[in-house]
Design a binder for this molecule. Structure first.
Ligand code: AMP
Length: 287
């Protein structure tokens, strides 16, 4: 691995492209990507971005063409043989599951029922590994796409495919019977890159963005006699900040809260004497 700069592979299209670009920008990288750009140097850090197909990224990491890359955990597992490619950090987007499904009319109700049957999938290695681990002998038919159609043309008795909401399965008359892998986007790399200073910087920045996204910064004004009650409602990371205001007998309180708690916190803060309540996004957070 080149010690001076980092080569980071990111999806050039598909559902992981935009969230990946957004994440890297939020993490502090300055760059502009246009549609046809294949690679570029980030302006403010020694990182070369290469834009390639999401499914090609694990192979590039294994071959050492890129140092780290953003891809799906499912694709990483699919490419992983003995290479030891690992998720350096999970990225909190691109959530889906690799699931087994059968036609609604099928008598099959569990994964164990797949014994001796044919399973069509675009993830043959992950499926084969799972079946071996679970001691379910079955025949895996590898397909590049249109996996949902395989049972209709009697190519297979069941399918293993990526599912997020489940609506595509339903649309194709399929019923989910079990999950092989829970997936999301990951920053992946070989174990030896984990301790590289630039990889550590990248992992810290990305973690801080994702931690910040789940939080909000709350500011409010109140009278000093309310600070005890309000501190109990919004204790923050350790304790809220209390600052005197220029106006006598008034203080400002600042705290960090879970974004998902705000719904019930705001009326309680108002009731406890909070005024001028402001809620701000948190760009990055290291707890
Ligand atoms: P792409 O085909 O380039 O849009 O990206 C495919 C990757 O996106 C998959 O390997 C998954 O990691 C992820 N993904 C997230 N949700 C889904 C979904 N509902 N179907 C397929 N892929 C998904």
């Amino acid at each position: 691995m080149n010690k001076q700069s980092l080569t980071l592979a990111i999806p050039n299209k598909g559902r992981l492209r935009e969230p990946s670009l957004r994440l890297l920008k939020s993490a502090g990288m300055s760059f502009e990507v246009t549609d046809r750009v294949l690679s570029l140097r980030v302006r403010n850090v020694e990182v070369d971005l290469v834009l390639v197909r999401t499914e090609d990224i694990p192979g590039m990491l294994i071959e050492g063409v890129a140092d780290v890359g953003i891809t799906g955990l499912d694709l990483m597992e699919e490419a992983n043989g003995a290479s030891g490619l690992e998720p350096l950090v999970k990225l909190d987007f691109g959530f889906c599951r690799l699931a087994a499904a059968v036609p609604n009319s099928s008598a099959i109700s569990s994964m164990a029922d797949l014994k001796g049957l044919r399973i069509a999938t675009s993830h043959p290695r992950a499926t084969t590994r799972f079946l071996a681990e679970e001691s379910i002998p079955a025949q895996v038919v590898a397909l590049k796409g249109s996996v949902e159609a395989a049972t209709k043309i009697a190519l297979a008795d069941a399918v293993v495919d990526l599912v997020s909401s489940g609506s595509t399965l339903k649309l194709n008359g399929l019923r989910e019977i079990g999950v092989i892998l829970e997936s999301q986007a990951v920053l992946a790399g070989l174990p030896e890159v984990r301790e590289h200073p630039m990889v550590r910087q990248l992992v810290t920045a990305v973690r801080a963005v994702n931690a910040g996204r789940r939080k909000r910064y709350v500011l409010l004004n109140t009278t000093p006699d309310n600070t005890g009650e309000i501190s109990r409602i919004i204790p923050g990371l350790s304790a809220p900040t209390v600052i005197p205001l220029a106006e006598e007998n008034m203080v400002a309180m600042h705290s960090v809260v879970n974004a998902t708690d705000l719904w019930e916190l705001l009326p309680r803060l108002e009731e406890a004497g909070g005024q001028g309540i402001l809620v701000l996004d948190v760009g990055q957070l290291i707890p």
